[in-house]
Design a protein. Sequence first.
Length: 162
Amino acid sequence: MLLYHGTNIQFDVPKIIVPNRALDFGIGYYTTSDRKQAENWAKIVVKRRNNGTPILNIYEFETLNLKLLNSKEFEKPTKEWLDFICEHRLENYKGEKFDLIIGPIANDDTIQVIHNYMNAKNKDLYAPVALSEIQADRLTDQYVFKNDLALSFLHLQEIKEL
């Protein structure tokens, strides 16, 4: 399968860079199978940083390699997904360490719902409301490679300037 990483940096060899903000699944190398999502993200990164050119790094990832990795997959938004994202965004995740995490992106369309959930006094009560507000069919995916072992399974196919 092809995975895309949109940024303002060419990555001949993917590497994990510590971000300047908390992300959905913590520190890792973020990719998506949705090319349009990655292209949009590359443009956002250039605009936010006021630096560089939008770049699309395209990788091949053999899904058979999932068997060799300790991975976590969220097929759709659930309460577990909400809690997992909140713990990472609040930087207090203490759970199991994974090589690869796959799941929906808490994107700009969902971020307010995520913030409301993080601030809810009773998360169990608010979770069904939050999940009903998230339009799961409009969310794209993210594949987050958490360490060098996982990154070793990404093979560069092409780097495109957008």
